[in-house]
Design a protein around this ligand. Structure first.
Ligand SMILES: C[S@@+](CC[C@H](N)C(=O)[O-])C[C@H]1O[C@@H](n2cnc3c(N)ncnc32)[C@H](O)[C@@H]1O
Length: 285
């Protein structure tokens, strides 16, 4: 079969599932990821003959697309802050909002060139810790997660991106045996209340790890409280905590933070104008 034959077969098989533009878009991602072919190849050389192995690899993928499996889990890779990350069902697919958080942290600490101890809590694929380590050479990163399977992926991503990170399996909801004093604490913790399941895209529910996303509706701020408590012993004065947050819980988070009377809070909106990130600076007292 030629490249265009397979692309046409995609269009025919998936027409009840996706628009033509989406099908063509996925097709280009797949030929690029599977065979490292430029996405313009279909326009430049539509009659390129595929081997049986190449065409069957593409055709087998159609079933996964019919199940609406996210393209990142099909190719096994995702891009974050311009870097490539391996992903599988054990880690959340890195999100654009989280890129905005990382950009904020980079810009907010641009003038600070001294060695900076940073911890990323709930590292998942490692996207926050690894991209910061890559882009801020003075940052010394520790990253924790309570999932061994996530940590395996994160470690692989650190070597793929050639950075050194201190990965530790720790449960942030239990006291940590960590004596390090950090300059910066970062977390994008699970923040969707399980009562919101009905509003969540099927694709997310079916394919992404539940424990990375959902939190008990009776205690939706449990991770934020645990991380603030950890910071009381492990964050230096005038050190900063950066959180990605659920806009729905912004007001209750504000109340929680004020109850400590130890932090100055700044909120930042995401590209959709939602309260998505906060920075807590520890008071110098
Ligand atoms: C929303 S995901 C964030 C993943 C990644 N940092 C990102 O931004 O794409 C939350 C992460 O927290 C981890 N996690 C859940 N419960 C945890 C706990 N009790 N202690 C440490 N990590 C936990 C999950 O395994 C998951 O990797």
């Amino acid at each position: 079969m030629t490249l265009i034959d397979v692309r046409n077969y995609y269009r025919k098989s998936l027409k009840n599932y996706y628009s033509k533009n989406e099908i063509d878009f996925y097709f280009k991602i797949l030929i690029n990821s599977f065979f490292n072919w430029d996405s313009t190849l279909i326009a430049l050389n539509p009659k390129k003959q595929l081997t049986i192995l190449e065409s069957s690899k593409l055709i087998k993928t159609i079933n996964n697309l019919k199940k609406f499996k996210p393209i990142q889990y099909i190719t096994g890779e995702s891009f974050f802050m311009g870097l490539k990350f391996k992903v599988n069902k054990n880690v959340l697919i890195p999100r654009q909002e989280t890129e905005e958080l990382v950009e904020w942290i980079i810009n907010d600490n641009r003038d600070f060139q001294n060695k900076t101890n940073v911890i990323d809590i709930g590292t998942g694929s490692g996207c926050i810790a690894i991209s910061l380590s890559k882009k801020k050479r003075n940052f010394n990163l520790t990253a924790i997660d309570n999932s061994d399977k996530s940590l395996l992926v994160a470690k692989e991503n650190a070597s793929l991106n050639k950075v050194k990170i201190n990965f530790i399996n720790n449960d942030i909801l239990k006291p940590l045996n960590d004596k390090t004093i950090y300059d910066i604490v970062i977390s994008n913790p699970p923040y969707v209340a399980d009562s919101e399941i009905k509003n969540i895209d099927d694709k997310v529910l079916k394919f992404e790890p539940y424990n990375a996303i959902f939190v008990d509706k009776k205690n939706p701020l449990i991770f934020y409280k645990a991380i603030i408590d950890f910071s009381l012993s492990n964050l230096k004065k005038e050190g900063k905590i950066y959180f990605e947050i659920n806009p729905i819980f912004y007001n209750s988070l504000l109340t929680l933070v004020e109850s400590y009377n130890k932090f100055n809070l700044v909120v930042k909106k995401d590209i959709s104008n939602k309260n998505r990130m906060i920075r807590l600076m520890r008071k110098n007292e």
